[in-house]
Structures are given as structure tokens and as C-alpha cells.
Design a protein around this ligand. Structure first.
Ligand code: ADP
Ligand code: MG
Length: 716
């Protein structure tokens, strides 16, 4: 039976033996032949070298071909089956299987088989235990498991690499020629192989060179369609003229900048100017504001909000978590105090506003905070105030994009991304307005190669300068008992001087109960045995969110000296009085996490210290390299590049969460040449044919790949 196509379901593949594997394959996301063919091998085993049995050596991993001479099923004293197969090619060798009877049914005298496995000896004769065997029916070209370079596909419980290999083989044998979505002239320009042969070669390469060619082509494929989508969207975004032209004449936005209690950095001024220009234009703003923790993104965001407000519209700031939304609320109230902020909503929010507000000049903007903790009547009140335009700036969590929230006239959406939102939430907030400007903030240092693609549809402002007067953070590693004592002494001295400290004993894998428990035990030990004299707050994984908030709050308020935490402390938590960060088992953290943790200190006017306890083996080079990188720089971009170099792919930025098509083979960091070529071609094509009217196949394929983020693609 032939005539398979890419969208044929996998049910039609294989035979009885494959059926039991179907649920497991579905759990791997494999439903169609196409899914199966894009389930790429994790590695390969070269079984292409066939050795004569007479030349086999003990302990050799070898492949040989011979004829079955004898099949013997016996039972041990414990009634366990044992099968011995004798194979001959001029010399003899024995194959044996213990505890399995099936080989006795599978193999017959006279069959020609290809065998791969490790050669051993037993009672003076050569023997291979549990070998991989392929019965050669249709000649050598049909080898699936042996006598060739054999692919090893990722498998899961309920199926095996062997089954997947046979299914892939079956699919490739029966499928008609696979059509190529990439135009021929493009393939020729880059000397790339057709899709059909590439898919065949990536699974069953005849030789290394074929495999490399296939890989190049398939990577290009992934990158080209990703960049095509980015280019397609960017063009539509730029063609858009129906945005809101905001009013930049002197008003509350300028007064805000003038009244700041500090001098904005040059980087902040630059970003403010860029935002201003975008907002004044009639086409919608789509800007990314990138800046390390503490670089002062909120000032820029608030300036933008006030431009919206002085133009008679509303603005929204969306934060990824409850704690961060609360914190944004605080920052907003305190920064807006000089221009006379008013709070709408619960009494405590109004109190907070009054606390900060010193009257200011003229009627300032009104701000409401909408988070999960605002409930019942208070919540209704905020909804109503947002709908009738009484609220100028709404700050909150993703509660903002829920249906009940209806803005009178939203013209600016600020999304504090902190690499937690994907495209979907961005779009959801944007849809709350007619054609609002969008400002995305991220504290994730994204290497340029990644940023160009994943934020390639956005204009970028970078805050690459820290506010003046900020005290540096020194970072050291502690490896000996003495260094540990010194670290504890440092904590005590800082506390005596009125400062506060963090100790992190986080479980790296929060899903691992044992690890979480160990971290909690360690936290308790520190609290009770090492620092019994200090006021210690304990934060651990099994606490309820409300309880965690309460603990954070008391630490922030200065009622505790030390916060020992097993959960990774919220990204962005701001306690300027905290000056020490101790990280237990720092060798187990990635650079991204370490950088985030260190970002919790050095936020105030005092010098700060980060101490990384390193319990790694001296030969754990990666761990050493990470810790050395932390010691040598505090620059997030330098660390991001180093991370990319050490880990191969951006771990600072979660690509899977972005909502864009997944890259299975291509690595933006390592395939920079292919990325550049794919990008040039994709953008060139969109320049010539923005709607891909003359390339209907390409457009269809692009839409198919962006199915999960189609609204984003069309900028609708
Ligand atoms: P980010 O969001 O980029 O991490 P924030 O906007 O929260 O940083 O700012 C961190 C702290 O620095 C805040 O307390 C803020 O008021 C303060 N800050 C911002 N800009 C400056 C500046 N130019 N000079 C001094 N302090 C600043
Ligand atoms: Mg911030």
C-alpha cells in the first residue's frame, strides 16, 4: 500500500506491532505522518560497517550479516525461557536472549539476518546477548535497524525507539514525493537539498555528508518560515496608520519628568524621546523596552502612560504576578506623587496614594490597582470606574485582560513581560483598546540574535545604563568552611548596620518533592541553628500564596532581618534595604537564575554583596564557568551571551512560551549564518510581495505554522 501523504494519520502505518504504541506517540504530539517525520533522531548509531564473523573481537560493538543455522528455546531451572540462535557466514557465532521467548518464534533456519551488538565470549565461543536483529527480506536496502547508520528517536513510555524507527521507515517508504514549500530558486541560491530527500536523509542517512546537507536544509526551513512570519507581521504593523496620534504639548508627562526626585539617566532620556516620537505618530507604537533589573524602566513606562492621559485617553500596565503588580502599584504611586496622583479603589490603596501624595500641582492622574486580592464590591467599583473613564491608569495582573474589564478609551498598553507572557496575553491586552500603542518591558537580557527574531517585529529601546549613585554589587564564591563562616559573619554585620539579607536554598526542580523537602530542611536549620539571634522570615514552597505575600510584606517593611527562601524569590521583588544575597548550592543554578537572584540586591544606596556557595566538584567545568562569569560581570547582556555560549540555546528566554513556531533543529545562537540568510530572504520576499499574493503556497504554509499565533501574525 502506498499513497501516504503528510497529513495521513499515523494509524495507517506499520502493522499490529505498532498499534499498542499509538497512545504513546500521541502523547509525544505525533498524530500525522508529518508529525512523525518531524520527530527527529536524537542521535545515530553507525552500524554501517559490516564485519565478517571470523574477524570479530571480544568487546567489539559490531554489525555482521549471516544465515540462521539453528534456533533453540530452553528453560532454566527457574523456568525462565532462554533462546539461542546460531548464525553462520563461514564462521559461527551465537546470539542469546534470556527471559524472552519471542526470538524463538521470530527467527527460522535459513533466514538471512543482520545483527548488531557487543561481542562477548561464553564457554570458548563468541556470543552476543540481546542483539538488535533485522531479518533481511527485501535485500540490503531495506535494513531498518542494522547494517546502516541507525537513527535513535526520542521515545517515551509505551513505545520504543525501535518501533518509532520502523514507523518512520515505513512512512518514508510509502509516502509519495514530499512537496517542497520553499521555491526552487531560493533552494538553488543557498544550495539546499529538496525537502523530500532531506527528510529521508535526516532519518536514515547513508553517510555523514548527506546527513549534514539534510540538517542544513531542515534548519533553514524552520528559520525561513519563522522569519517570514516576523517579516509578514512587521510589514502589516508598519503599514498600519490608524493609531492614535498623542498630544505632546507641555503637560503632566513633562511635569512628571521634571519633578522626578532624581536625574534620569541618558538611556532613560533616550528611551523617553523614542517613546514620545512613536506615540505622537498616527501609526500604533510597537516598542520593546529592554533593560536589566533596576535600570529604571518604570519611569519610561509612566512617562508613556502620562502622555496617554494628557491626550485624554487611558493607559494600562500589566504585570506577570500578583506580587509584581502590587509592587508596580507602589512604584507608580510614589513616582507620581509629585504630580498629585489619586487612587481609585479600596481604602488602603487610597491611603497609600495619600501617603505618597504631597498635594502636587494641579489635578493629577487617577490610578487603580486591579489584582486577584481586590474582590466583591471593590472590584465592581473599579470595573465601573475603568468603564466610565474615571480611572486614567489601571495597574494589575492578567486580571486586566478578563472580560469584565472594559476601558472607556485605552490608548496605551504597557506589558511588563519579565519573560513570562507570550504573544497571547500581549494581544489580549491590546484588544482592550481600539488601536492602542503597545510598550513591552523586559528585564531579560536577550542576545541580539534572539531579539532580532523573537522581537523582530518590534522597535527596541535599550536601557543600558544604571542610575547614578547606585552602589556596586560585589560577587564572591564560597567553597570552604572558613569562607562559609565569613559569609555568615557578613550577614550579621550587615544586619547590625540596619540592612537585610536574603538566603536562597531553593530546590532547583520544584516538581521534585525530595529536593523541595531537603531545601526546606536546610532553610529551617539555618533559621534555628545558624541565625537564632536574628529575626528570620521563612518562605517555602508549601505555603499558600496569601501567606507568602504576608511574609514578603513583613520583610519589605523591615520587620525581619533575614529572608530564607526555598522558592526562587519573585523576579523583580524590590527591597532596597536588602544588601546581601547568599545562594546555597549555586553550582546547581543556571546563569539566568543566578543573575535574577543577584538582581534582588544592589537596589538601594548601600553597597551590596552576593555570595555564591559552590559545592561543585572541581572538575565540573560548566558550574565553575557560570560562577566565574557571575564574579566577573554584573552586565546582564554579557551574561546572556555567556549563557548562550555555555548552554547552546537561550535559557534566559523561554522560546516555547513565546507562542511562535518551535525550532526543533535550528539554534539561533549557533546557526547565525543560516539565520542571517533566512532573514534576508524572508524580508526580501515580503518587500516584493507583502501579502504573499504571488506566493500562495508559501503563505498557506506560513499560516499553517503560525496557527497557534495567527492573530499575532495578522496583527489583527
Ligand atoms: P526596573 O523596572 O527597570 O527594574 P525600576 O523602574 O523599578 O527598575 O527602578 C528601580 C528603582 O530605581 C526605583 O526605585 C526607581 O525609582 C529608581 N530609579 C529609576 N530611575 C532612576 C534614576 N535615573 N536615578 C535614580 N534612581 C532611579
Ligand atoms: Mg520594575
Amino acid at each position: 500500500m502506498t499513497g501516504l501523504s503528510l497529513d495521513s494519520p499515523i494509524e495507517g502505518l506499520g502493522a499490529g506491532w505498532a498499534r499498542r504504541s499509538l497512545p504513546a506517540l500521541r502523547s509525544l504530539g505525533i498524530e500525522t505522518v508529518e508529525d512523525l517525520l518531524h520527530h527527529y533522531p536524537r542521535r545515530y548509531i553507525d552500524r554501517s560497517n559490516v564485519t565478517k564473523i571470523g574477524q570479530l573481537r571480544i568487546n567489539q560493538e559490531a554489525t555482521f550479516i549471516g544465515t540462521v543455522r539453528k534456533v533453540k528455546l530452553a528453560y532454566t531451572r527457574h523456568r525462565k525461557p532462554m533462546v539461542t540462535v546460531t548464525v553462520w557466514d563461514g564462521s559461527y557465532i551465537y546470539l542469546s536472549w534470556f527471559n524472552q521467548a519471542w526470538p524463538a518464534r521470530r527467527f527460522r533456519e535459513g533466514q538471512e539476518i543482520a545483527v548488531s551488538g557487543k561481542v562477548g565470549a561464553f564457554r570458548g565461543s563468541l556470543r552476543v546477548q540481546n542483539p538488535a536483529v533485522e531479518v533481511l527480506k527485501g535485500g540490503e536496502a531495506d535494513h531498518v535497524h542494522t547494517g546502516r547508520i541507525v537513527p535513535v528517536h526520542p521515545a517515551t513510555e509505551g513505545t520504543s525507539t525501535g518501533v518509532i524507527r520502523r514507523l518512520v521507515h515505513d512512512a518514508l517508504r510509502r509516502i509519495d514525493e514530499i512537496p517542497d514549500p520553499i521555491p526552487t530558486e531560493l533552494l538553488e541560491r543557498h544550495a539546499l537539498s529538496p525537502l523530500d530527500s532531506s527528510l529521508r536523509d535526516v532519518h536514515f542517512p547513508e553517510e555523514d555528508a548527506a546527513w549534514r546537507r539534510a540538517l542544513d536544509r531542515l534548519k533553514f526551513d524552520e528559520l525561513f518560515f519563522l522569519e517570514l512570519g516576523v517579516a509578514f507581521r512587521k510589514h502589516r504593523v508598519e503599514a498600519e496608520t490608524e493609531g492614535i496620534a498623542h498630544d505632546l504639548s507641555p503637560g503632566v508627562a513633562d511635569r512628571f519628568v521634571e519633578a522626578l526626585p532624581f536625574e534620569p539617566t541618558d538611556a532613560q532620556r533616550r528611551a523617553i524621546a523614542e517613546v514620545a516620537e512613536d506615540m505622537a505618530a498616527s501609526k500604533p507604537m510597537n516598542r520593546l523596552l529592554q533593560g536589566d533589573v533596576g535600570s529604571g524602566k518604570t519611569v519610561v513606562a509612566l512617562y508613556a502612560c502620562l502622555v496617554a492621559v494628557q491626550s485624554g485617553h487611558q493607559a494600562a500596565i500589566m504585570a506577570p504576578t500578583e506580587v509584581l503588580a502590587q509592587q508596580h502599584g507602589r512604584t507608580v504611586f510614589s513616582l507620581l506623587a509629585p504630580v498629585g496622583v489619586r487612587a481609585v479603589g479600596p481604602a488602603d490603596a487610597r491611603e497609600q496614594a495619600d501617603l505618597f501624595s504631597d498635594g502636587g500641582s494641579g489635578p493629577g492622574p487617577s490610578v487603580a490597582l486591579l489584582t486577584a486580592s481586590v474582590t466583591g464590591k471593590e472590584r465592581e467599583r473599579i470595573y465601573a470606574a475603568v468603564t466610565d473613564g474615571e480611572v486614567d491608569i489601571l495597574v494589575g495582573t492578567h486580571a486586566l485582560v478578563q472580560e469584565a474589564v472594559e476601558f472607556a478609551d485605552l490608548s496605551l498598553a504597557v506589558v511588563d513581560e519579565q519573560h513570562r507572557f507570550g504573544l497571547h496575553q500581549r494581544i489580549a491586552l491590546k484588544e482592550k483598546g481600539a488601536q492602542p500603542d503597545v510598550l513591552i518591558m523586559t528585564a531579560t537580557p536577550i542576545p541580539r540574535t534572539l531579539a532580532l527574531t523573537y522581537y523582530g517585529d518590534l522597535d527596541v529601546s535599550i536601557l543600558d545604563e544604571m542610575p547614578a549613585g547606585r552602589q556596586p554589587v560585589t560577587t564572591t564564591a564560597a567553597r570552604t568552611a572558613q569562607e562559609r563562616r565569613q559569609a555568615y559573619d557578613l550577614v550579621r554585620r550587615q544586619v547590625q548596620a540596619g540592612r537585610q539579607a536574603f538566603v536562597v536554598t531553593a530546590a532547583i526542580d520544584e516538581g521534585n518533592r525530595l529536593e523541595v523537602k531537603a531545601a526546606e530542611t536546610e532553610a529551617k536549620r539555618l533559621a534555628e541553628e545558624v541565625f537564632p539571634d536574628l529575626r528570620v522570615a521563612l518562605l517555602h514552597g508549601r505555603m499558600r500564596p496569601k501567606e507568602k505575600d504576608r511574609v514578603m510584606e513583613s520583610f519589605r517593611a523591615g520587620e525581619k532581618d533575614l529572608l530564607i527562601s526555598t522558592t526562587v524569590i519573585e523576579v523583580g521583588v524590590d527591597v532596597p534595604n536588602a544588601t546581601v544575597m547568599l545562594v546555597e548550592n549555586a553550582e546547581r543554578f543556571g546563569l539566568a537564575q543566578l543573575h535574577q537572584l543577584r538582581g534582588r540586591i544592589g537596589r538601594g544606596e548601600h553597597a551590596s554583596h552576593c555570595i555564591l556557595f559552590d559545592a561543585s566538584d572541581p572538575d565540573n567545568e560548566d558550574a565553575r564557568a557560570r560562577i566565574e562569569a557571575m564574579i566577573s560581570t554584573t552586565d546582564g547582556f554579557v551574561l546572556a551571551d555567556e549563557d548562550l555560549r555555555l548552554r547552546g540555546e537561550g535559557t534566559l528566554f523561554d522560546i516555547k512560551q513565546s507562542g511562535l513556531p518551535d525550532l526543533k533543529l535550528a539554534k539561533l545562537a549557533h546557526d547565525s549564518d543560516l539565520v542571517a540568510r533566512a532573514r534576508r530572504d524572508a524580508f526580501g520576499l515580503i518587500d516584493e510581495d507583502p501579502d504573499l499574493e504571488r506566493h500562495p503556497d508559501l503563505r498557506a504554509e506560513m499560516e499553517r505554522r503560525f496557527a497557534d499565533s495567527i492573530d499575532w501574525l495578522f496583527h489583527s
